[in-house]
Design a protein around this ligand. Sequence first.
Ligand code: PEP
Ligand code: MN
Length: 360
Amino acid sequence: MENKKEMRTWLDDLNLKHPLVIAGPCSAETEEQVLKIAHELKNTDVSYFRAGIWKPRTRPGMFEGVGALGLKWLQKVKAETGMKICTEVANAAHVKLALEHDVDLLWIGARSTVSPFIMQEIADALEGTDKPVLIKNPVNPDLALWLGGIERIYKSGVKNIGAIHRGFSTYEKTKYRNNPEWQMAIEFQNKYPDIPLINDPSHITGKRDMIFDVSQTALDLNFDGLMIETHYDPDNAWSDASQQVTPESLIQIMKDLKIRKEGNTEEDYNKQLDNLRAQIDVVDNQIIELLGKRMKASDGIGALKKSKNVAVLQSKRWNEILGKMVIEGEAQGLSEEFVLRMFKAIHQESINHQEKILNG
Ligand code: PEP
Ligand code: MN
């Protein structure tokens, strides 16, 4: 299996710690707030201090950021703490201002990555910069759109490129604010092992108590770093209050995360094992979700049959399904015996569901 940590990237060239940690508030609110958080993160493993100053909000009338004024506060952070600083840019004017204020790293938000026009405008404004630029995935699960955005930035001569996986919007509510779709992150890494990939558990979960688990999964899946929103008073933050953690919890999270470093073969073995197990966990969760969906459809059929007074068991259709699945299974390397056993169990659960509806 490919071990991307053996590849040298700009993260190594800039001598950045592994995993790279970017932390700071969702939004810069006041100069005092920014500096207070920064001082609490000083002398930790945080490499970049983040704060959004131009905030894309879903609805108008919400706090939309302090604007260019915040750049002065970020400069103070750098001067007082020695931490590197970063912010989100969403148009050419933002890029110009951020570069003029010597912001050390820029990221492009999920709502910008969806638009090739905006990405091209940002790419043109970034032309030739040596600052690292991180591109968040678009809000919708479209890998080609994400890669297209990255390509635009790369073509304008930006060499230090990275990507941020912040999850994807779904119509159906899940336990996540933005569904991680881990398969897409795995596919991203397989396609572009030399582009550093950072995980953003804050926007994926939307809830601070889920941040640790998502961060650990990301590290087990070989991510290069984490971006975690951090605020000294999360509950009273002006944006994304429920997902921010205190500097103290961030430090605890970083301490508790199992981080595998490359080196001896034992470590490599463990890292690969964790990576494969994390992939299995992702798929197992998907299997359970899919089975849940299948049973819901089955409940629908149960209700329909009840209205027409039709019997639950329809042997002809069932035999057709089994025959088809045995063939599909074979193509996936699954034995006939396994496919039959699995589908009998699924079918039984389906019948139980429908019985309940018919007799309920
Ligand atoms: C953010 O990082 O605060 C932000 C707006 O993120 P996203 O673009 O992922 O929604
Ligand atoms: Mn945010």
